[in-house]
Design a protein around this ligand. Structure first.
Ligand code: ADP
Ligand code: GLC
Length: 484
């Protein structure tokens, strides 16, 4: 049994913009089931109501260098058996969105906000007298934690035995800030060098965490390899290569309590592998919801995701005018880059076989997983990707680019043997995407036996969190050995 402090900037259902929130909800739950004493720490964003929480502790002082000592409080709640703590500091977190303003621009003080959060979570552990064996930090928002543990907190009696594990969910966002932000960390300038956390004169928090963490993980095995190459390394490939001796790729799991067509409360009719009739009703319901004709004879292709470059939205946009003339229907659910919000809405207005909802809707995400026949995910890079795995469980066959977790989780269709559970392509080009969509549509229309077998294979697959959580346990063990 270990004492684990798990820190993240989002967790479903409290605050979510993407898959990190799903992981921060599911992994701690599973670790708890394995017998660990785990506490999760999140910022208390404006949207999380204090009156739904219990007051835990006041007067947590956080030294922020030039900003002085900032005083915050912590609230807590029990969620599915796991203790969740919220750092309450109105000035930093009392805002409508998590990371950006209404125009989609990052808040200018994100450096102070998240270095503060990282430090406050450590001080909270101290205030609770909760001595963690492991601090599990996630992405750049909490990257300061492994840095602090291995520098100023190294000799601190309270954290002396604490090892750090740092999980990279997305290397594109590294937490790069002006040199001035370094002073918030409160560590000596000798650490501001190109081997640790300096990059082109700026502070790079992710780089620092890769250097200082006892162990690093990525959310799929393939992504652990990819980030050591220029195509996927976002400039950190050499740095990561130098620390690859402590890098592990652990595939995310799926919370099947949440994503299961047999029990899903959001879909028109529940169904499962032994009776797919309900899926037909879900398709009709989805068509109705997004204003499409009730066509059973056409394949319906779904997309759910952040409208961000990562998700291949430029490829989709370039391919759209060809795709819409194929015998298919398409639905898009997303929010993000403004041009994309306008583009997909416009396509939906213009073509009657396309539907779109710009916004964030968990209910609609579930309806799309259940009601679509095929699921589109042509990402430029994908550290793991959860939607394609949800799709498998719903018998909705993924069309993916063979990168990262998409490649690790989807098996390409082989028409000769009728094996596989999705359609893959390799080049990030419009033609490769259109060609593969054409292939999938053709297969759906003319190879019913093959499609039936694929659906069966897809729905039988399981990506349980228990397996992943056990791999994290092993990494925690190794991190502690390193620390000793
Ligand atoms: P990423 O973390 O890169 O965004 P993932 O595939 O890991 O990608 O996870 C995305 C998660 O966010 C999924 O649970 C997906 O259903 C959800 N999601 C993304 N966009 C939306 C949206 N507009 N409405 C509802 N859910 C969304
Ligand atoms: C990131 C990645 C996504 C991954 C998720 C959860 O946001 O973009 O691929 O599934 O984190 O680990």
């Amino acid at each position: 049994m270990k004492q684990i402090l798990f820190c993240a900037s989002e967790m479903a259902p409290f605050a979510k913009t993407g898959g990190l929130a799903d992981v921060a909800a599911a992994l701690p739950k599973q670790l708890k089931k394995l017998g660990h004493n785990i506490k999760v720490v999140l910022p208390r964003y404006y949207t999380i109501n204090k009156s739904d929480l219990n007051f835990a502790i006041g007067n947590i002082g956080v030294d922020m260098g030039p900003l002085g000592t900032l005083w915050c409080a912590a609230y807590k709640t029990l969620y599915e058996g796991v203790e969740i703590y919220f750092i309450d500091y109105e000035i930093f977190f009392g805002r409508a969105n998590l990371y950006t303003d209404y125009n989609g621009y990052s808040y200018p003080d994100n450096d102070a906000r998240f270095i503060f959060f990282s430090k406050a979570a450590l001080e909270l552990a101290r205030a609770l007298d909760f001595r963690p064996d492991i601090i599990h930090a996630n992405d750049w928002h909490t990257a300061a934690q492994p840095i602090l543990l291995n520098t100023i907190l190294r000799q601190d009696p309270f954290f002396q035995k604490t090892a750090s594990v740092f999980t990279i969910h997305n290397l594109q966002h590294q937490g790069i800030f002006s040199k001035r932000a370094f002073e918030y960390l409160g560590i000596g300038w000798e650490h501001f060098n190109m081997y640790e956390m300096e990059a082109l004169g700026a502070l790079n928090l992710m780089k620092g965490a890769v250097y200082h963490a006892d162990k690093i993980t990525t959310v799929s095995p393939k992504y652990a390899q990819e980030i050591q190459t220029p195509e996927f390394g976002f400039g950190l490939q050499e740095h990561i290569k130098a620390h690859a001796y402590k890098l592990f790729g652990i595939l995310n799991g799926v919370d099947y309590d949440e994503w299961n067509p047999k029990t899903d409360p959001f879909i028109a009719k529940n169904y499962d592998i032994d009776d797919l009739n309900g899926k037909k009703l879900c398709k009709q319901d989805l068509q109705k919801t997004l204003g499409l004709a009730q066509r059973e004879d056409l394949p319906l292709i779904g997309f759910v995701g952040r409208f961000a470059q990562q998700k291949g939205i430029e490829l989709i946009a370039a391919a759209t005018h060809e795709m819409v003339h194929l015998p298919l229907q398409m639905v898009f659910l997303g929010i993000g880059e403004k041009w994309a919000e306008g583009f997909f809405q416009d396509i939906a207005n213009r073509y009657e076989n396309v539907g779109c909802f710009v916004g964030y809707s968990n209910e609609l995400a579930h309806k799309i997983e259940a009601g679509s026949d095929l699921f589109l995910m042509p990402s430029l890079f994908e550290p793991c990707g959860l939607n394609q795995i949800y799709s498998l469980r719903y018998g909705t066959l993924p069309i993916v680019r063979a990168v990262g977790g998409l490649d690790d989780t989807i098996q390409n269709y082989e028409p000769q043997t009728k094996t596989g559970d999705g359609f893959k392509f390799y080049d990030a080009t419009k033609d490769a995407l259109v060609g593969t969509v054409r292939w999938a549509v053709d297969t759906w229309l003319h190879d019913k036996e093959g499609i039936g077998k694929m659906i069966h294979t897809a729905m039988s697959k399981r990506f349980d969190w228990q397996r992943s959580a056990k791999e994290y346990e092993r990494v925690y063990e190794l991190a502690l050995e390193t620390k000793r």
